[in-house]
Design a protein around this ligand. Structure first.
Ligand SMILES: [Zn+2]
Length: 81
């Protein structure tokens, strides 16, 4: 057991440490992802509205539209199973 090095949570400024990777994953799921996911469904509607508004602005400024929203949702879709 002496070879075990603790893993620390890298979520924002959390930095909580856990003896195993499994415990860290459980912590991230329970403490960070689940609370966030609870409000995600409402946020999607707001984000889509924001994206639409941004696209209209992008047409004028020609800056690349942010891929943040679709990437963000896809990253956590495994939790739906
Ligand atoms: Zn954490």
């Amino acid at each position: 057991m002496s070879e075990l090095s603790p893993v620390s949570c890298q979520w924002d400024r959390c930095r909580e440490e856990f003896p195993t990777r499994d415990e860290l994953l459980l912590h991230i799921t329970e403490e960070h992802i689940k609370p966030m996911k609870a409000m995600l469904k409402d946020d999607i509607i707001i984000m889509k509205k924001l994206d639409k508004a941004k696209c209209e602005l992008d047409d004028i400024s020609q800056s690349p539209s942010t891929p943040f929203t679709p990437v963000f949702i896809t990253s956590f879709s495994f939790l739906d199973t």
